[in-house]
Design a protein around this ligand. Structure first.
Ligand code: FDA
Length: 308
């Protein structure tokens, strides 16, 4: 219930201005977001690299209806990739991109504009020798995102995508994308989805995650196991052994600010661990999804709002 309220608030402009102007919000934002500037994303990547961790960097923003903002987001990624290269960090970081941040919802030919912007970002990633992963948004965009993935992979075969285990269709999508050369980031899913398309019971989502993970780990692609769930992390190790996969033929991924001790523990064991690092000033929707994931985060937030 609370989760649904928070997720619908994540798309409300009224709640957005309330939360953005609350003085206490900033410390909570800093727990999950690297900072507002390119410099902050590079600094955090450097810090992660020093701990043996990799990064996937997200320039925050989504659902833009402004062509100038979509172009600015594209340019921010291109600048970021250049800075990572200059700092010698391109081998430690890739970028994650939401198609709705680079124009998918612009009137007229939004999908085509987003695809063009995505190509520019892929070209910059190619120049510095790293990769791009397409984030997955709500279920209404899944087909279009997978179509964009196919288009991009024709020229940039290393482009990856996210699949969400809460969607009923995802086991089939995993089968389609489990082949050699494909990179799939499997997560549980963070949006408010109807029961017609998604499992709504957490245990059912977890069971589907396990089914999908088995498909990816048995396939020829590069599974990116994006979860903080200790049971799934343990299972991944068992599936790697069963499928004779060495560390580096798959990787663990977690969010910046969530279970950092587990991130370094796995890396110290020789596993490849990538941290999803968001930066920028458009943090509202991202923060609300992180609050919705964990009631304890919400309690902390409400207490701060009440000044306690
Ligand atoms: P679950 O929510 O069951 O949490 C397991 C445990 O992890 C909790 O008990 C708690 O200990 C810890 N935990 C989880 N979330 C926490 C939080 N916010 N704060 C503190 N502790 C927390 N979603 C999506 O729809 N589209 C996408 O493109 C992506 N991309 C993405 C990339 C990466 C690298 C990750 C790790 C996740 C995403 N997600 C996402 C988000 C994902 O769908 C999911 O909402 C979160 O990862 C939380 O789910 P868990 O698998 O961690 O399990």
């Amino acid at each position: 219930m609370l989760r649904q309220v928070l997720l619908s608030a994540s798309r409300s402009d009224k709640v957005k201005s309330l939360v953005e102007t609350a003085p206490v919000t900033r410390s909570l934002v800093h727990r999950f977001v690297a900072g507002e500037r390119t410099f902050d994303a590079v600094r955090v990547t450097e810090h992660l690299a020093a701990q043996g961790l990799y990064a996937s960097i997200d320039h925050l923003g989504e659902d833009t209806l402004d062509p100038a903002r979509a172009r600015a987001t594209r340019d921010a990624y291109v600048t970021l990739l250049g800075r990572l290269d200059d700092a010698g960090l391109a081998g430690h970081a890739e970028v994650s991109v939401k198609l709705s941040a680079i124009g998918r919802y612009l009137p007229g030919d939004g999908e085509a504009i987003a695809l063009d912007h995505a190509r520019a970002i892929c070209e910059a990633a190619k120049t510095c020798g790293t990769t791009v992963t397409l984030d997955m948004e709500d279920h209404a965009t899944t087909d279009a995102t997978l179509a964009a993935l196919r288009e991009l992979r024709a020229d940039y075969p290393w482009v990856g995508a996210v699949l969400q285990a809460y969607l009923r269709r995802t086991e089939g999508d995993c089968r389609d994308l489990a082949g050699t050369g494909s990179r799939v980031r499997l997560c549980k899913g963070a949006y408010d989805e109807p029961a017609s398309v998604a499992y709504t019971d957490r245990a059912d989502v977890d069971r589907n995650y396990v089914r999908c993970l088995k498909v990816l780990m048995a396939g020829g692609g590069y599974p990116m196991v994006a979860t903080h769930d200790p049971r799934i992390i343990e299972l991944t190790g068992m599936l790697a052994a069963r499928n004779r996969r060495e560390p580096g033929t798959y990787e663990y991924q977690m969010l910046y600010g969530v279970r950092p001790g587990e991130q370094t523990r796995l890396a110290a064991q020789g596993e490849r661990v990538r941290v999803y690092v968001p930066y920028g000033d458009q943090w509202y929707g991202y923060l609300m999804r992180r609050l919705a994931e964990r009631p304890a985060n919400m309690t902390f937030f409400l207490r701060s709002l009440a000044g306690r």
